[in-house]
Design a protein around this ligand. Structure first.
Ligand code: 5GP
Ligand code: ZN
Length: 131
């Protein structure tokens, strides 16, 4: 059984800040910034893209509520809400989770860089990616 399934069913401990029948929110063991929280479904899905639609909608609505709550309680000035998908994107636990990472200022411990890329032909790319 995966580690987050074990946290969800209570068989291994975590500092939970919210729990209901479908989801759990608990403090990340490695606090990138104070209040760094993971929101997970209790049912196992490998990642965001594989999650059941209805459960995903429910979880994201709860993540918004919990995110607002964390902002209010910590006095954070900003927040990252992100979900890594597969090892190539840095996913280390293969159970869907959303990171809520409060930001206190641009120089705090969380650094995410969006590097400049080569100029692209956006018209061609948009055509290729059109849904
Ligand atoms: P990922 O790298 O998959 O996006 O994020 C996984 C996160 O889970 C990491 O930030 C890591 O610190 C956290 N994590 C891994 N194992 C445990 C654990 O046993 N308990 C808690 N609370 N967090 C964990
Ligand atoms: Zn799991």
């Amino acid at each position: 059984m995966c580690i987050f399934c074990s946290i969800a069913d209570g068989s291994i401990p975590a500092h939970k800040i919210y729990e209901d029948d479908h989801i759990v929110a608990f403090l990340d063991i490695a606090q990138v910034t104070k209040g760094h929280t993971l929101v997970i479904p209790k049912r196992h899905y490998e990642h965001f893209l594989a999650c059941d639609n209805e459960l995903l909608s429910y979880l994201m609505l709860k993540a918004q509520i919990i995110g607002n709550h964390i902002m209010n309680k910590t006095g954070a000035k900003g927040m990252h809400i992100l979900s890594n998908i597969n090892e190539a994107a840095g996913q280390s636990v293969a159970h869907f989770h959303v990171h809520l990472i409060p930001r206190y200022d641009a120089q705090d411990a969380c650094q995410i860089h969006f590097a400049q890329s080569e100029p692209q032909d956006l018209a061609i790319l948009a055509k290729q990616l059109a849904v």
